[in-house]
Design a protein around this ligand. Sequence first.
Ligand code: BT5
Length: 270
Amino acid sequence: MTVPPDDLAGYTRPTGRFGGTVRYLPETGSTNDIALEAARAGAPDGLLVLADRQIAGRGRLKRRWLAPAGSSLLLSLLFRPRVPFAWSASRATMACGLSLLDAVRLVTGLDLRLKWPNDLIVHPLGDPSRWYKLAGMLSEIALDDAGKPEALIVGIGLNVNISAADLASLAPNAGSLSALVGSKVSRTAVLDAFLTRLDVLHEALLAGQDPYLDWSQHLAWIGRPVTIQAGDETVIGEALGVDSDGALLIGTPSGTRRFPAGDVTLRPAV
Ligand code: BT5
């Protein structure tokens, strides 16, 4: 049996904007920290930071991102969005989510959804009440000395080759590509497909094509009952859709509530 190439050390991408400059680390704290530092030191748009192991991988709200060494894609990308920064940054993040979904679908054939705002999930046997989280995305902003945003860092953790037994120790709903397709998946094949798709979507964005509609059409649970946890507040309602800022709209008996992407957790209602 041939083993697909999987070695991230020495990964290069001769053409294209993203991954034109690569920094590979066998082990680091968090790839987002490396990319944030690099952004402040003037690193170029498109820098890709890759690691085989993180000892302080993080999610939102100080949550942890766990991954066995060598099992995953753990990466951060540096964007220098045009002004208006907030709008361009939100579109770059949407483009990343869509590119990851397209890349994983291309390599594995899996039918995937985005869990708002940007987790990559799959519904086992197409049952929308059940889901496995395959990837998480953490967007952070690098500020200059004057406190002005100067770069966007998009960090992605994708579970590629993790056995069902190891997944259970990461998170209750964790899933991996290998567990779903039943064989080892090439990390470099997924990475190539992701960066290629991102180049296309990013060029389109610069030419004025907004990824918003495509992104919104891939979100899970639209039109279905969901539960939102926002700080101490729990809201149950119907996921109506997203507005053009990417905020989630929830229909409740007392009216429509709007949740900006950020520190909010979404689940299907049981
Ligand atoms: C996220 O946060 O899902 C964003 C994760 C981003 C990780 C990447 S790895 C490269 C880059 N460098 C970093 O330091 N971070 C980024 P959130 O939505 O807050 O979800 C975090 C939650 O996901 C945790 O509390 C766990 O419940 C769960 N979790 C942790 N590791 C997981 C895994 N490998 N697979 C699935 N779920 C996981």
